[in-house]
Design a protein around this ligand. Structure first.
Ligand code: GDP
Length: 330
């Protein structure tokens, strides 16, 4: 068995062609939930959903989020209504009191559904309604995710990192904003002073996650701050990673990032935005997979390959390098 830790792009890209090396029935994916938001009363879990849609073969492979060929009638109508009533566009973060009222899992990340600031497709929304409905019925997020995994016919086990709230808040000169507001609504432009994982200290790892972390662990090329940071903020997860063989794929080629805000956020929290900084952020990692063009010298075993992943063959190549690195450290 092997356990993958996942955000919404790098690890899913790796999994997309990894079945021959890491058979679905022998792998578990633990997904970040720091990016989750409650939007118009619905819990949206972008990283969990990317894994569900990928493994269920419905993912929009252009964006790496949402369902391919989904319509967006409800989303469009929300914008029409808000515009016709002269309501300011989203994101409309709810007031301080509302942030800690209601279901605990949505703490510190509640937005009004008015002028919905994230693009939610119609089929995608059905998933959020089902998930939130299950939570209202008393399911944990782990249980609700299992139901959705069954609905999408998954062979891989998919787990949220915790059933407790951990909210990724980006501190800017104008105050803290949720990561989705920073990234989706403001294009990652505000200056970042710090990144906080609110709730991380009190959150516990579920038994299912702790069981999964007894197996060798693969960290795909994820954003170390926003995808791994929330997991590492949970004590039990950090401790478990120190005890098991871990292989990580760098999301950088030396100091060049493939996509997304990893460099800016790493610099903001005090890591060099590079492969060297990733190694520093992951002291529990036993071996790394680096790009062939990445000459970073590390104090741990390294397997090199072309880590760019566009096709399933690319993913399979990186998966083979990961398996090779795991053999060295297991
Ligand atoms: P998010 O949840 O969508 O923010 O994304 P993740 O944390 O899962 O992944 C983001 C990271 O994936 C970025 O830092 C990218 O550099 C990295 N990435 C994207 N595509 C590739 C690729 O093809 N190869 C490698 N090695 N990294 C990639």
């Amino acid at each position: 068995m092997t356990t993958f830790l996942s955000g919404g792009t790098g690890t899913p890209k790796l999994l997309a062609g990894a079945d021959g090396v890491f058979p679905p029935g022998e792998t578990t994916v633990v997904a970040n939930t720091g990016d989750d938001v409650e939007l118009g009363g619905l819990l949206v879990c972008p990283d969990l959903d990317t894994v569900l849609y990928l493994e269920g073969d419905v993912l929009d492979r252009e964006t790496w989020w949402g369902i391919g060929d989904d319509t967006a009638q409800t989303h469009e109508e929300l914008h029409r209504l808000a515009g016709a009533a002269d309501l300011a566009g989203g994101p409309r973060y709810l007031g301080a009191e509302a942030q800690t009222a209601g279901r605990p899992i949505a703490r510190w990340r509640r937005f009004s559904g008015v002028a919905e600031f994230m693009h939610i497709g119609d089929r995608d929304r059905a998933v959020h309604v089902t998930r939130t409905g299950l939570l209202d019925e008393g399911y944990t997020l782990t249980g609700a995710t299992r139901v959705l995994a069954t609905a999408f016919g998954l062979d891989r086990d998919v787990l949220p990192m915790s059933d407790d709230p951990v909210a990724t808040l980006v501190h800017t000169p104008a105050g803290p904003v949720h990561f989705q507001e920073f990234w989706v609504a403001r294009d990652g432009e505000p200056t970042v002073e710090d990144v906080e994982f609110r709730g991380g200290e009190d959150a516990t790892a579920t038994d299912a996650v702790l069981r999964a972390l007894r197996e060798p662990v693969v960290i795909g090329p994820s954003n170390p701050v926003t995808s791994l940071g929330p997991m590492l903020a949970v004590d039990g997860i950090r401790r478990a990673l120190a005890e098991t063989p871990v292989v990580a794929v760098s999301p950088f080629v030396e100091d060049r990032v493939f996509s997304g805000p990893a460099a800016k956020l790493m610099a903001a929290v005090g890591y060099e935005p590079s492969t060297a900084g990733v190694a520093e952020a992951y002291p529990f990692t036993d071996a790394f997979v680096l790009d062939s063009a990445d000459d970073t010298a590390l104090d741990r075993p390294v397997v090199r390959t072309d880590t760019g992943m566009e096709t399933a063959e690319d993913s399979a190549r990186v998966a083979r390098a990961v398996a090779e690195a795991l053999e060295v450290v297991s």
